[in-house]
Design a binder for this molecule. Structure first.
Ligand code: BGP
Length: 479
């Protein structure tokens, strides 16, 4: 008997701005992602929003403008997903395809038509679409004209966008998520909240105000979904990095508890439990703030309470360790966040510490806390693949990583956790969010495209393609 329940949602995950391309086709407007360069500057911009950066949307022709050209090749790609046996496919809708400037009152029909086609193609292959409404690509005008999510007008614009897509696809799409990695704004307010230098993105007051506005917008999307159909599932999406105290020093233990509260739990606590957790007081005080510094109405708090999400989607790539004393512990990068090196773990080429057991811990922690179904909607190993002369990639390292994480999920299910599905990140190679380059690959499918945008864009099955096909066929790993 498989460790995984019948109907478990095996699949893969992508995001519009990292694979679609066609950035000016079908009336699409520009998004914040179109105005970011690839390479080192990108990292500086997303992680230090006060970095000297001027938006110049005419300057970059690659990577977001081209992606992997899914806009024209979606049929071929979805057929490959079907060949692997995908039960679901997680993707996002580019907001600026549907509302090119973000603040229009009427949607762009050509943009919607593209998603009609993608969804119908999935359904024709018995693949359930899982849609992220907003994944790191606010329409650029909403960042430039309105200052991103700190501006409460965005609630109204998002509500219109969410209503448009939920209404149009309610009969075809059952699984939704409101914002990708909503908590990541703690580190990357540019990508998550559309905050650009002029909006004071490094000012925590703005980040908290933006979060509040996003929480309200998310609750409104849940309300719309509930009114449309009873069987729609709307989840939050959290970037989860299991966090350990470096040692048994009580100071480190306390710091770790607070790290978990502030990063892993804060947004989920609001979106799942429907209210700000008690420790928000401490968290705000850390930045010299109180609730009085934020614009929050009683009506909004009531809405949060009334419309919590019904499942928790989360990404899991790595864990981190917390050390508060002065002991010398060289830091590692970790999903773009800091942390100290854990002597028990190895890391990816980008310094992300590989920790399958941490996933079992994450699943238990989240389920204990919320008692709502969980969905691992991103997981995977970013690696440099070296194809042979036939473009075949023997990616055993990727198989090893995924296998260990699937075992950890099976362990958590045996622990009693309610897990709905698993969609490894970048099931087809795509542009990396942090580097803006192609050379950091996650896919089961190799795409012939390099960091300069050169290549045929042809698709090739990697060794992991056949391995994952077997996993899905067996509903898990063979004994
Ligand atoms: C998550 C994002 C994705 C994705 C992934 C891998 O944080 O939701 O958009 O790209 O991380 O990150 P990267 O592409 O930087 O390796």
């Amino acid at each position: 008997m498989s460790a995984f329940p019948e109907g478990f949602l095996w699949g893969g995950a992508t995001a519009a701005n990292q694979l679609e391309g066609g950035y000016q086709e079908g009336g699409r407007g520009l998004s914040i992602a179109d105005a970011l360069p690839g390479g080192k500057d990108r990292f500086k911009i997303v992680s230090q929003p006060d970095f000297d950066w001027t938006i110049d949307e005419t300057k970059y022709t690659y990577p977001n403008h081209v992606g992997i050209d899914f806009y024209h090749r979606y049929k071929e790609d979805i057929a490959l997903f079907a060949e692997m046996g995908f039960k679901c496919y997680r993707f996002s809708i580019a907001w600026s395809r549907v509302f090119p400037n973000g603040d229009e009152t009427e949607p762009n029909e050509a943009g919607l038509k593209f998603y009609d086609n993608v969804i119908d193609e999935c359904l024709a292959h018995d693949i359930q679409p899982v849609i992220t409404i907003s994944h790191y690509e606010l329409p650029l005008d909403l960042a430039k004209k309105y200052g991103g999510w700190k501006n409460h007008y965005l609630i109204e614009f998002y509500e219109r966008f969410a209503r448009t897509v939920l209404t149009r696809y309610a009969d075809k799409v059952k699984y939704w998520m409101t914002f990708n990695e909503i908590n990541s704004a703690a580190h990357f307010p540019v990508m998550g909240q559309g905050m650009v230098p002029s909006t004071g993105a490094n000012d925590k007051k703005n980040v908290f105000q933006a979060w509040h506005n996003q929480f309200v917008a998310s609750a409104k999307a849940v309300k719309i979904a509930r009114e449309l159909r009873k069987d729609l599932h709307v989840g939050c999406m959290i970037l989860y990095a299991t966090s350990y105290s470096y040692d048994s020093n009580p100071k480190n233990q306390l710091a770790n508890l607070q790290q978990n509260q502030d990063f892993n739990f804060f947004c989920g606590d609001v979106q799942v439990r429907g209210e700000y957790p008690a420790y928000t007081k401490r968290l705000l005080a850390k930045y010299g703030l109180t609730f009085d510094d934020l614009q929050i109405t009683d009506g909004e708090l009531a809405l949060l309470k009334q419309y919590p999400v019904d499942y928790i989607g989360f990404s899991y790539y790595m864990s981190m360790a917390v050390e508060t004393t002065d002991r010398d512990t060289s830091t590692v990068a970790g999903n773009l966040m800091g942390g100290v090196k854990n002597p028990f773990l190895k890391a990816s080429d980008w310094g992300w510490q590989i920790d399958p057991t941490g996933l079992r811990i994450a699943l238990n922690e989240l389920y204990d806390r919320y008692q709502k179904p969980l969905f691992v909607v991103e997981n995977g190993l970013g690696a440099v693949d070296k194809p042979d002369e036939n473009f075949y990639v023997a990616d055993d390292y990727r198989i090893d990583y995924l296998k260990a994480h699937i075992k950890a999920m099976a362990g958590a299910i045996a622990d009693g956790v309610d897990l709905m599905g698993y969609t490894p990140w970048g099931c087809i190679d795509l542009v990396s969010a942090s580097t803006g380059e192609m050379s950091k690959r996650y896919g089961f499918i190799y795409v012939d495209l390099d960091d300069q945008g050169q290549g045929t864009l042809d698709r090739y099955r990697k060794k992991s393609f056949y391995w994952y096909q077997d996993v899905i066929k067996n509903n898990g790993l063979e004994k």
